[in-house]
Design a protein around this ligand. Sequence first.
Ligand code: NAG
Ligand code: NAG
Ligand code: NAG
Ligand code: NAG
Ligand code: NAG
Ligand code: NAG
Ligand code: NAG
Ligand code: NAG
Ligand code: NAG
Length: 814
Amino acid sequence: MAPLWIVFASGMVLMLLSSCFLNLIHNDATLRFFGNQPTYACADGFLSSFKEFPFCNTSLSIGDRVDDLVGRLTLSEKIQLLVSEAAGVPRLGVPPYQWWQEALHGVAVSPGVHFMAPIPAATSFPQVILTAASFNATLWNEIGKAVSTEGRAMYNSGLSGLTFWSPNINIFRDPRWGRGQETPGEDPLLASRYAASYVKGLQDGDYEGINGTEPSVISTPAFSQVVTNRTGPKRLKVSACCKHFTAYDMENSGGTDAFHFNAQVTVQDLEDTYNAPFKACVQDGGVSCIMCSYNRLNGVPTCADYNLLTNTIQQKWRLDGYIVSDCDAVAIINDYFHYAPTPEDAVSEVLKAGLDLNCGTYIARHAQKAIDEGKLSEVNIDEALSKLVSVQMRLGLFDGNPQNHRYGMLGPEAVCTNEHQHLALEAARQSIVLLKNEGGLLPLSKKNTRTLALIGPHGNASDAMLGNYAGIPCKFITPTQGLQAYGTVFSEPGCMNVSCEELQFLDEALEVVKKVDAIVLIVGLDENQEKEGHDRKSLLLPGQQETLVITVAAAAAAENHPVIVVVMCGGPVDISFAKDNVNISSILWIGYPGEAGGEALAQILYGDYNPGGRVPVTWYPQEFVKVSMLDMHMRPNETSEYPGRTYRFYTGKTVYDFGYGKSFTTFLSSFVLAPGTIYGKKLVRQLASFQTSPFSLGFVRDSTSKLDVEDASCDHYNIDVTLNVTNTGNREGSHVLLLYAKPPTSVKGSPKKYLVAFERIHLQAKESKNVVFWIVPCRDLALVQGEGKKVLYSGVYTLTVDKAEHSLVLILDS
Ligand SMILES: *[C@@H]1O[C@H](CO)[C@@H](O)[C@H](O)[C@H]1NC(C)=O
Ligand SMILES: *[C@@H]1O[C@H](CO)[C@@H](O)[C@H](O)[C@H]1NC(C)=O
Ligand SMILES: *[C@@H]1O[C@H](CO)[C@@H](O)[C@H](O)[C@H]1NC(C)=O
Ligand SMILES: *[C@@H]1O[C@H](CO)[C@@H](O)[C@H](O)[C@H]1NC(C)=O
Ligand SMILES: *[C@@H]1O[C@H](CO)[C@@H](O)[C@H](O)[C@H]1NC(C)=O
Ligand SMILES: *[C@@H]1O[C@H](CO)[C@@H](O)[C@H](O)[C@H]1NC(C)=O
Ligand SMILES: *[C@@H]1O[C@H](CO)[C@@H](O)[C@H](O)[C@H]1NC(C)=O
Ligand SMILES: *[C@@H]1O[C@H](CO)[C@@H](O)[C@H](O)[C@H]1NC(C)=O
Ligand SMILES: *[C@@H]1O[C@H](CO)[C@@H](O)[C@H](O)[C@H]1NC(C)=O
């Protein structure tokens, strides 16, 4: 295929993708020709001897092929393979490989991805924070499949590699975080399911939770029951990477940035919050890569932490894949943290800790000297390299020309297909959240709303609809274009841009208000407010946006015209002023809705789609900014008046709660069948069927009766919780069932409540369904103790769904 690869000029990479913040990577803005070298390893048509190496022989096991290749390399060749721009090995016909590709919500602009003929664009799905709001794991899996199809097609056309460093699954713990938009939100279960479903979609797995066709009774495993497969798929469609491990969660605040940040995290918070999605990504998603972060964790740079990389990811979770550093995270260990005395020490520390690949060049530059000085041994290099090559083999990078691969038929026609573009629309409309709808103003009547004023700086939003880590979209449907499909639209910005320092165009806006049937104000944020490298300082709308909304809404009220406020942003904004304003009937949150955002918005405003999204983060009031961004505690502290973070712990006021979202119809849920009491004996008896003597199983039960679930492994015992859900309105719609548990009040430091399971279901008008959740008490109800141990406590657990409650009593000592 295309015999040339283009390396971005470093300025371009820096501009479009600031992950390489320090930009120590040497990019030469040149076209590289390989002369008479093949573009693909083990390719046809070159020296036939290339193909005849055992590492090219697909009949052999991957382990044998890896050993063969690694065994043929010299030390200096090996060292040059441990960096993101891996060198080629011309004498073996192995071309260079760029490991760095991104695919957060579509194949994205990144060093290894080249948008050019014959594939100048790819489907751009909504930014992840919005897609998370669908609470639909099938959707996340479908998006992963579409993205990997497009990634493979670009690879087959010589325009991309196959290792994508996505998704970002850090817990969104502070509303100001500039990269919160990239994540699936603040809840560990939500983030875990998102990670596993999306990763499986990318790497080649179906989401096994639900079948697609909905039976009247849904058996919903609470997660990881059916999905668990502790090794990843043998063959990979593309390789995904869960990042940034761990406790990253901030860009810059109070004079500290992520490259200097030492996250002080308790073992309890690490276990039940920060690490939880990563564990699920490895164990349930079978991911083939984890990226360690820039920050230090309790003093130790994460990329140099043996306990994190080797003990936790590799040995405990059993990652089948490689660990990569965030870009230049190895260099900063020495340059910024001064954690290692010399570059050679930094390189030795990370490789011995379990790192396999350096995004950057540091290892390539310093490993040889580290070995010469006796700080590192070749065995360390071989171990890292074997893991890298193994992933490349699973991808088929040593199977010769891409056409030989089972995905070899994917070409340009597989990209930006109608199906994929429809999925981008579907993702946006499933996810958009209706926050307010006084008097059922929405949906707008198509007959009576022929003219519309669209006021605010986002009326013609295009790039802003994508959010960061985006690609080049197939096309855009802006808000104005989307609404034009339903009537005449008068679009007025009100101010110059989203920063909205002055209301230069207020008069024009007030003028159109008089001549239309309804007013839509479209406001919010863009990358000038929140992005990588930039956290917000305020939770309010920027500049004069609030004044614009209040003034226009008052003018509209004077004309008796309805007003809808649409907020485009990733992180939450304090819009209490609009929530409480009687002149504003409705509010929608549309995240950064992707290439089809305007169409999705219009379909919802005019009732062609009934919204069912729920906010995946707490919407905090402005006063939250007094909390230090550097404080990583999840739990509140009364003495220091620290309010805690996320719905699980936060004790202050909210603007909107996690999980909030309305519909054009109404739903009623009730518990129909669920056990009232579970006795410890039952859990024990369950174990007894596997082993003869239940009391000799290391089953830890102390006098106050709690069960160490990690030792007891009682996750074979599950209970059914059956709900009846009825659509009590006159319109079909989707309803997100969020099953929470409130733990016994006697348990100190426990969350106020926590999500145990969730599922999105669809109901026709007046239809009702029974939904069965399988709950595994030892897994789903257990809590993490202060010292990091997961235990199941005796006591009363209150299960809630919507307004329904059910008490479940656990009596473990009888
Ligand atoms: C590939 O390996 C198989 C199994 O060892 C062997 O039978 C076959 O001859 C090898 N093929 C080549 C081309 O060397
Ligand atoms: C999927 O459907 C098949 C056939 O109807 C059924 O046997 C299987 O249990 C279903 N799987 C899940 C996870 O619901
Ligand atoms: C688990 O992985 C094995 C080995 O790759 C595979 O054969 C099996 O189908 C997988 N099972 C599931 C449920 O994905
Ligand atoms: C959108 O573009 C149209 C046509 O260029 C222009 O008239 C209108 O003022 C713009 N609206 C906004 C909100 O910038
Ligand atoms: C926004 O508009 C103002 C003028 O009101 C201008 O000074 C500023 O540079 C613009 N900001 C951006 C990011 O374009
Ligand atoms: C609502 O609109 C009316 C009529 O224009 C105005 O008098 C009032 O101040 C507005 N209320 C708010 C909260 O802005
Ligand atoms: C709570 O805050 C106080 C005062 O700052 C501090 O002394 C104490 O250690 C904190 N407690 C915890 C559990 O962090
Ligand atoms: C979940 O997403 C899938 C894929 O887009 C869709 O087919 C299904 O209808 C969605 N489920 C609900 C309940 O909206
Ligand atoms: C659910 O409850 C409603 C209202 O009580 C009832 O009419 C309906 O039959 C129940 N549905 C199922 C599937 O049991």
